[in-house]
Write a protein that binds this ligand. Structure first.
Ligand code: HEC
Ligand code: HEC
Ligand code: HEC
Ligand code: HEC
Ligand code: HEC
Length: 499
């Protein structure tokens, strides 16, 4: 078999071009097999390996395959002899006798062609599968996808593949995404890409075909208790708690609740909206169809009405609220508060909340400057104001510096112009955005009625910047002035739970 191969190879490598072709095909084929074996057995695990194995080697292989007939064609032009005669010359009589189609050369060519097709389709399928892996999406165009990759790995979806949200199922989706991917490669290569990558991502598949493969509205029962700890800027960075009972129910069904946060995406309801420049920030109108046939249209009274009511709307789906389902960037306050709560930042360092925040919020020109800036800020603050602590607890200060640097690296990506707040979340209502894009007095129907925005519509409130996480459920001895309000909120919660 090996002899036969050598013979055949000698026969087809007619000149320099042909020889190069043979060397390329053979070596890329062999290294592909070696790399693939090393990958399967776990000897090699580098993320870039797939790029080499599934893109580079097959490419070299194909180039080699093309060079071989080019060499042959050159030989024919030089010698001006017919193919039959050349075959005889190169392979000898024994190999070419019996007519071309019955000849041994023909059999060899057929076998090699089949092997090539088999190899290329194997490499091709492996490559398509590899291109669906998050490491490929996240690292192939390193600087560009690095922010998404970094935050993704720490998100609740770290085990969900990028393509499950970005591509969905079906041949159509696959083709579209590959075409889109090609355009992305071109724009990265020629630096045509916008930085930061603009949102909203309008070509995302409808959530029905992505998110709802794993989550579905009927599944959200009842409510979810959430306690948010915020730390003040005083010397001891004292904790203040806000506890919400988020009413995530879609309503109806077996839960008994009349309607909650996922009411918008319950199968029988439809909410559509149009926004200024299709940015999904400032609403022009919002309309609702309920299963009982009722229809409501709310129009933004702050915008001039005439041309804008004609804008085509968009059906609200999961990503209108969960725009940061997996690419979750923290606010600077959240970044510090979360780490204080996890005890990664030590609260016994005086003013650590205030100073940590100040060190993070500086608009550093690049990553190196930030790493130095954060260190200098903390060191000089403690050495100037607390020389004792600075000397006695230098390792505590070191670890605080490391934690703040990591918080910076997670959230800020100067190469992609991503800074604090570049990608804001629509969950909640910080700064009047999120839910309050629609739940605002500015959007009114024909009777001047606006979409509800009372504080207990979406969540019960059990503590609000309080010393205790469940402050409003606890008895009070001293009857503070806000006591009636607290009792009202407590009863609202208890009634909701009893319902
Ligand atoms: C749970 C679903 C989900 C997964 C998994 C996911 N994404 Fe996304 N991604 C989204 C949504 C939703 C948006 C749209 C945000 C918007 O329109 O504001 C988005 C937006 C993006 C953007 C635009 C910039 C931005 O941050 O909004 C990029 C780039 C991106 N994703 C890349 C990736 C990569 C790379 C991976 C895998 C490492 C990935 N995504 C995994 C849901 C997902
Ligand atoms: C391939 C399955 C899959 C897909 C697709 C998917 N998710 Fe998830 N999602 C998960 C898993 C698994 C979790 C983690 C559950 C856990 O940690 O308990 C999760 C968690 C969540 C959470 C809760 C996060 C938290 O803080 O606990 C939200 C919100 C969410 N997904 C929204 C979405 C949205 C929006 C989309 C579409 C853009 C989506 N998911 C697509 C599997 C998926
Ligand atoms: C109107 C805004 C809105 C829409 C639309 C929406 N969600 Fe949510 N969702 C929320 C809010 C608010 C929460 C609670 C946030 C939290 O827990 O921090 C939530 C919580 C969740 C959770 C966590 C539930 C749990 O048990 O903790 C999942 C999963 C989820 N949503 C998935 C989805 C999916 C899938 C869709 C689309 C079918 C969707 N959401 C549509 C606002 C929305
Ligand atoms: C695109 C506009 C829009 C956005 C964004 C939006 N909502 Fe709504 N929401 C509506 C409309 C419209 C109604 C129904 C108003 C009516 O009664 O006619 C509604 C109703 C509700 C209801 C009451 C359901 C019922 O029983 O009638 C809750 C709870 C709710 N929204 C929570 C939220 C939360 C939480 C967010 C943010 C995470 C949010 N909404 C974001 C448009 C929106
Ligand atoms: C349309 C629904 C909706 C309405 C109306 C609403 N909220 Fe919220 N609120 C939310 C959601 C959703 C969150 C985010 C919870 C999370 O972090 O996951 C939130 C978060 C909060 C937080 C925590 C902020 C933080 O992160 O520190 C406070 C405090 C709060 N709401 C108070 C109020 C008050 C007071 C009102 C009445 C003026 C109100 N909310 C009305 C939906 C609503």
């Amino acid at each position: 078999m090996f002899d036969k191969y050598l013979n055949f190879v000698r026969g087809v490598s007619v000149n320099r071009v042909g020889k190069l072709g043979v060397v390329l095909t053979t070596s890329s084929f062999v290294t592909f097999i070696v790399f693939e074996l090393a990958r399967i057995t776990g000897i090699l695990t580098n993320a870039y390996l797939g790029l080499i194995t599934y893109l580079l080697f097959p490419l070299l292989f194909i180039i080699g395959l093309i060079l071989i007939p080019i060499g042959w064609y050159q030989l024919k032009r030089q010698t001006q002899k017919p193919t039959r005669e050349l075959l005889k010359e190169r392979f000898g009589d024994a190999e070419t006798s019996g007519g071309f189609f019955g000849s041994k050369v023909f059999v060899s060519i057929t076998i090699f062609t089949l092997v090539n097709i088999l190899f290329l389709s194997m490499a091709g399928t492996r490559m398509l599968a590899f291109m669906d892996e998050p490491v490929f999406c996240g690292t192939a165009c390193h600087s560009v996808m690095n922010p998404e990759w970094v935050v993704y790995q720490q998100s609740p979806h770290a085990r969900v593949r990028c393509v499950d949200c970005h591509v969905g199922e079906g041949a159509d989706a696959l083709l579209n995404s590959k075409l889109n991917g090609m355009w992305q490669m071109i724009s990265v290569t020629f630096d045509l890409l916008e930085r930061p990558i603009p949102t909203p991502v309008r070509q995302l598949r409808p959530a029905r075909e992505t998110c709802e493969k794993c989550h579905w509205p009927q599944k959200f029962y009842g409510s979810r208790l959430k306690t948010i700890a915020r730390y003040d800027k005083g010397e001891t960075s004292t904790a203040k708690y806000t506890t919400l009972n988020l009413k995530i129910d879609p309503g109806g069904g077996s839960s008994g609740h009349s309607g909650g946060i996922h009411w918008h995406v319950a199968p029988s309801n439809e909410v559509r909206y149009a926004s200024v420049d299709d940015e999904r920030e400032e609403m022009i109108w919002v309309e609702v169809r309920r299963p009982d046939g009722s229809y409501h249209r709310y129009v933004n009274k702050r915008l001039p009405t005439a041309p804008q009511s004609e804008v085509e709307g968009r059906a609200l789906d999961c990503v209108d609220c969960h725009n940061r389902a997996t690419h979750i960037y923290e606010t600077s306050h959240d970044a510090v508060d979360t780490r204080l709560r996890q005890k990664a930042l030590p609260r016994d360092l005086p003013f650590i909340k205030r100073e940590g925040l100040a060190a993070l919020q500086v608009n550093y020109p690049d990553r190196d400057a930030a790493m130095k800036g954060i260190e200098n800020h903390l060191r000089s603050f403690y050495s100037q104001n607390y020389p004792d602590i600075s000397a006695a607890q230098s390792s505590t200060i070191d670890s605080a510096i490391a934690v703040l640097r990591a918080a910076y690296n997670r959230n800020i990506h100067p190469e992609m112009h991503i800074r604090w707040g570049t990608y804001a979340s629509h969950i909640g209502h910080k700064g009047g955005r999120g839910c309050f894009r629609c739940h605002t007095q500015d959007l009114v129907d024909a009777d001047q009625r606006s979409i509800a925005d009372d504080c207990a519509l979406c969540h019960s409130i059990l503590a609000y910047g309080s010393a205790e996480p469940y402050e409003y459920l606890l008895p009070s001895d001293d009857n503070p002035p806000e006591w009636p309000m607290q009792q009202y909120l407590r009863d609202e919660f208890l009634n909701y739970v009893r319902e």
